[in-house]
Design a protein around this ligand. Sequence first.
Ligand SMILES: [Zn+2]
Ligand SMILES: [Zn+2]
Length: 157
Amino acid sequence: MMGPDRLGQSSQEARVIDRSGQWWSGEDFDDLAEYLRVVTAEGYPADRILQSVCSCGGTTHRLDADPVESVAQRTCVACGTSAFIADSDEHWSAARPERWHCACGNDTAELGVAFSLRSDGEVRWITVGQRCTRCGLLDVVDWKIDYGPSTHLLAQV
Ligand SMILES: [Zn+2]
Ligand SMILES: [Zn+2]
């Protein structure tokens, strides 16, 4: 963690994302987007970060994901509509998805999808971020995309 001499310089950053505990937490989607930028920076940097919004306008979801099979499906808490994230429908039948749960026990979250793009614009890596709607904890599930064309995935968040 940061030393005392850096606390002053980092105060603005610390206000956005609370990194003081075992987990990082945030207050809104902007914090989740910032978290996605930070956690992807050393591996597959996020070029596009989009919020998952249900067709009803809802932004609180439950998430079922299997990172081994590279799939995730969200279900809107407000209306119950489910939607696949990115290409998850193609691999869903082989997957064994598990319901995402926060460390606090809650299972509803705001979701953000970070896309890391190749130089030709194709998607190479997808990271789905969660912000617990009860305690604000920030978390991620991610997987690789190894085919093209893949730009249509940007519309499936
Ligand atoms: Zn909905
Ligand atoms: Zn929580």
